[in-house]
Design a protein around this ligand. Structure first.
Ligand SMILES: [Zn+2]
Length: 335
């Protein structure tokens, strides 16, 4: 383990980098929560940012979900979505991100909340466009399907997403493992997404076992895996990730906060790198996990005893594995 104080924060900040694993709804910071609560006359659990930050400290998965859904309940209008997209992209820009792929919980908005997806999308896109104009930061969108709602709901959400494909919508994701992956046909939804020209990614191997990662590769055609840390439990899956060059978008702070690992000291990130798996770093739901993209670079620095070249390699991975255009990626790499 390196010395925490050695982390070269400004060097890491200056590295052009992409963030490929962050959820729009989970990116809302305390200041923005207070603005939205005020806007909609919703009682906030605390009066100021410090109080909200304190309230966000959860003590288990149920209280995490309670907080996550309280934040989701603040999101009602296109302006709300524009505000949170712009706020997070500004925050990412301050940390040296040149490109962000925002996961958006499409199943939640379309199926659970029965919201108007056109309005959600228009708002998010407006926030992305404003951030690009103000700050030059690039962004793409990955609507996520939620497996716990079942395959019919996944197709229902996909129907709506495909009916109004915006150029910023670049892929379809799977928003989290559930126990119905092998009993329901989610693969057909991912085939439809690919036929429509979209990339496909999937959460897998976070809390669940290594077979989820193989299933996501075989059935969903996943080009990147979100988390994937439990792939390390099966050497065959590890070999596949390394040989097929499928990147894992890893978030150590999230894994610790949700007890997917008992402590950071035993996080499998070093083993993943040693095994030749391509890793990118993400912050997942940063205010909920009291983390940030740069904090994840610091976690990697400490966990893997990295030097500056090691940090640069992780930043390069994030650019190369992104769904930005080849020309754009080359421009960032040459910067
Ligand atoms: Zn995630």
């Amino acid at each position: 383990m390196g010395d925490v104080t050695d982390f070269p924060t400004e060097f890491a900040r200056a590295l052009p980098k992409a963030e490929l694993h962050v959820h729009l709804e989970g990116s809302v910071d305390p200041a923005t929560m207070l603005v939205l609560a005020e806007r909609h006359g919703i009682e906030a659990p605390a009066a100021n940012e410090a109080g909200i930050r304190e309230w966000l400290r959860f003590d288990g998965f149920p209280s995490f979900l309670e907080r996550y859904f309280w934040v989701c309940g603040l999101l009602k209008t296109a302006d709300d979505f524009a505000h949170i997209a712009h706020a997070y992209l500004s925050h990412a820009h301050e940390q040296g991100a040149v490109h962000v792929e925002l996961h958006v919980s499409s199943s939640y908005h379309i199926v659970e909340r029965e919201a108007d997806w056109s309005e959600v999308l228009a708002g998010v896109v407006a926030g992305c466009e404003r951030a690009e104009a103000d700050l030059g930061i690039s962004s793409l969108l990955i609507p996520d399907l939620s497996p716990h709602l079942g395959a019919d709901a996944a197709h229902q959400a996909l129907d709506v997403v495909l009916a109004e494909l915006h150029p910023r919508v670049v892929g379809i994701g799977m928003g989290g493992p559930a126990d119905n992956w092998r009993t329901e046909d989610f693969g057909s939804a991912f085939r439809r997404a690919r036929e429509a020209g979209l990339h496909t990614v999937s959460h897998a191997g976070e809390h669940g076992p290594a077979w989820e990662v193989a299933h996501a590769l075989d059935e969903f055609g996943a080009e990147r895996i979100q988390h994937g840390i439990r792939a390390m439990g099966d050497p065959d899956v590890v070999a596949r990730l390394a040989e097929e060059g499928v990147a894992c978008d890893v978030c150590p702070g999230s894994n610790l906060a949700l007890a997917a690992v008992p402590s950071l000291d035993v996080h499998p990130l070093p083993a993943m790198l040693d095994a030749g798996i391509t890793v990118t770093l993400g912050s997942d739901d940063p205010p909920l996990f009291a983390t940030s993209l740069l904090a994840e670079y610091e976690n990697a620095w400490n966990l893997c005893d990295l030097d500056e070249d090691g940090l640069r390699d992780l930043a390069i991975n994030s650019l190369v594995e992104s769904f930005a255009s080849t020309d754009q990626i080359e421009a960032w790499l040459d910067a």
